[in-house]
Write a protein of this length. Structure first.
Lengths: 404, 200
């Protein structure tokens, strides 16, 4: 490798920063001739600002954020592109012991079934007098906000009227739960495991149960940097692909948890990071449940930046009145995600890639072989309520969800 | 000219830095000023204060919460926007560089609030400079301690005078193209390994 690239990447100390951390620490960036510098940030606002002034070239970022930025919702965001996802799933909903007790009285089980536990939460809310429950999410433009709202709404709970949703920094959520400031939260790891093991919380359900194989963090790239450094960007995608393979191997999970536990990265005990990697989560009361596809770093095209993922996020911005739908805005949202760059960068590796750039989300009920370029399986990718999102019929989806 | 009438809130967990900014703003005539350095119940307090301008350290993990309050605008009655408009890239860069971020009530004229950001940026920079100098001084003190210990070891084990001991350290450092403090540290470490029960 003769050309060398210097790349600075921002990240927030969370489990799904794993691909960037592993690319640097396990030498995959070096193999691609990249000097990868990682800059740790404590808020998504800070990530956005540093991208804007080019303190960082790329960043581990919430999937909807680059879209919100390009739509002018999140100033001073630079124009951004998303040439890669950083895995699927990884979040959960944690509730206080008191709320869990009331949910359990109404039929909730430790199996975390989104339908049964959502119905139990609705009954618990209906039976309750006094102040509305308060749930926390990490950011308005986040998968957390949208999947929590999707789960609540499909369970018959109005997320704006029947409960209150606030934003909190994830490291504060466990304490807020224990102090009774909030009754529940939707966050990434290690914050659910932390809430359960260290703050007496109980899992209510998980992202993988609300929408299986669903998008979460992505690689956000300053579009100007990407346009002037296409080779560096392609090299980074190759390094991150290798990192995703490494993260997926079960024999590496212990080492990965230890690596992420370092103070420079997530800075929390490895025992709080391992459950998500193994897909066996402490749910509360000393019980552990195996969860299929809890966090998927590589399989099922987990790093492919589906335009249908971008468009689903966009439909939720419209649904929750963050923006009004227009054809132009829909186009901006779709074009933020760049599967073309992903394909061009990884083609030489001979890996199996989807031939389509968008898919009907929620259509696969079982694991399904797809594509022509090699052995690739997708799904299952179902929404818990049986919903389907056809990106070619976006107007109908938006109309249906606002009618509910 | 009295700049005031503006209700300014400074949020910073670093009390010293918060005090420095507060002083600067008060000197400039901003007397409706509140400083919050404890993040407990922050959302409630912001809603109660209903500020026109918020200055907050860039690294504060509560910024996502803060921005969501403006967006949803349920707690804060008036919509608030980022202080610097998108076109003002130089100001954004200077602010991020200094580690400060600011928000204003929508509709306030930029020129009314620009001096506040300027003040915050210069005070943040002054604070960083102070901190850096303090770190350097601290580092120098540490280095001096290590060198003194190494000199002591040489004086005792080789019967050298203090000047001779220092000269030996300096000569060795020059020959090995290393810093005196590094040679001194190696000597102190070696001595403690050879004599674990010793003073070092």
């Amino acid at each position: 490798m003769t050309t060398r690239h210097a790349i600075t990447a921002g990240f927030v100390p969370l489990l799904d920063s794993a691909l960037l951390v592993v690319a640097r620490e396990m030498g995959f960036a070096e193999e691609q001739g990249i000097d990868l510098t990682l800059l740790r940030e404590r808020s998504w606002a800070s990530i956005r600002d540093r991208l804007a002034v080019r303190h960082v070239d790329v960043a581990h970022i919430l999937g909807p954020m680059p879209i919100a930025g390009n739509l002018g919702l999140n100033v001073p965001a630079p124009e951004m592109i998303v040439p890669m996802s950083l895995g699927l799933g990884g979040n959960a909903v944690t509730v206080s012991q008191a709320l869990w007790q009331r949910m359990a009285d109404n039929g909730a089980t430790a199996d975390l079934d989104a339908r049964a536990n959502g119905a139990a939460l609705r009954k618990a809310i209906e039976a309750q007098a006094g102040a509305a429950l308060r749930f926390a999410v990490v950011h308005p433009y986040s998968g957390h906000n949208y999947e929590l709202r999707y789960w609540l709404a499909a369970s018959g709970i109005d997320p704006d009227r029947d409960i209150e949703i606030v934003v909190l920094p994830p490291p504060d959520m466990g304490d807020a739960l224990a102090e009774g400031v909030i009754d529940g939260y939707c966050a990434g790891e290690p914050w659910n495991t932390f809430g359960v093991l260290r703050r007496g919380g109980h899992l209510a359900t998980v992202k993988a149960a609300i929408w299986r194989s669903s998008p979460e963090k992505v690689l956000g790239v300053n579009a100007r940097w990407g346009a002037t450094n296409p080779e560096a960007m392609a090299a980074l995608l190759a390094a991150l692909h290798q990192a995703s393979l490494w993260c997926a191997r079960s024999e590496n999970h212990e080492a990965l948890a230890a690596l992420l536990a370092k103070p420079t990265y997530v800075g929390r005990d490895a025992e709080l990071l391992l459950p998500a990697l193994k897909g066996a989560l402490p749910v509360g009361g000393g019980e552990v449940r195996a969860i299929n596809d809890f966090f998927v770093p590589n399989a099922k095209a987990a790093t492919f930046p589906w335009k249908s993922h971008a468009l689903w996020f966009y439909t939720q911005m419209v649904r929750w009145r963050q923006i009004e739908h227009t054809a132009e805005r829909q186009r901006i949202a779709a074009e933020t995600y760049r599967p073309d760059i992903y394909r061009a960068a990884l083609k030489h590796l001979g890996i199996a890639m989807p031939s389509a750039s968008a898919k009907v989300e929620g259509a696969l009920t079982v694991e399904t072989p797809v594509g022509s370029s090699g052995a690739l399986t997708l799904g299952p990718d179902g929404f818990f309520d049986g919903g389907r999102f056809d990106p070619d019929d976006l107007d109908a989806y938006i109309a249906a969800q606002s009618a509910r | 000219m009295k700049p005031s009438g503006l209700n300014v809130l400074v949020i910073d967990e670093n009390r010293i830095r918060a005090a420095i900014i507060e002083e600067g703003l008060r000197d400039a005539g901003y007397d409706q000023l509140t400083v919050i350095d404890n993040m407990h119940g922050l959302a409630r307090r912001i809603a109660d204060l209903n500020p026109d301008v918020i200055v907050i350290d860039l690294e504060n993990p509560n910024r996502d919460m803060l921005e969501s309050m403006f967006q949803l605008s349920r707690a804060v009655k008036r919509p608030i926007a980022m202080f610097v408009d998108k076109s003002d890239e130089a100001s954004i860069e200077a602010a991020v560089e200094a580690g400060v971020s600011a928000y204003i009530v929508d509709g306030l004229k930029q020129e009314r609030v620009r001096p506040i950001l300027k003040m915050a940026i210069s005070r943040f920079n002054a604070f960083s400079r102070l901190n850096r100098e303090l770190e350097e001084t601290r580092g120098e003190l540490e280095n001096r301690k290590v060198i003194d210990r190494a000199k002591g070891l040489l004086m005792r084990s080789r019967g050298l005078s203090e000047d001779e001991a220092y000269a030996l350290l300096r000569r060795t450092a020059m020959n090995q193209n290393r810093k005196i403090v590094e040679i001194a540290q190696s000597l102190v470490t070696a001595a403690s390994l050879l004599d674990p029960g010793g003073k070092e």
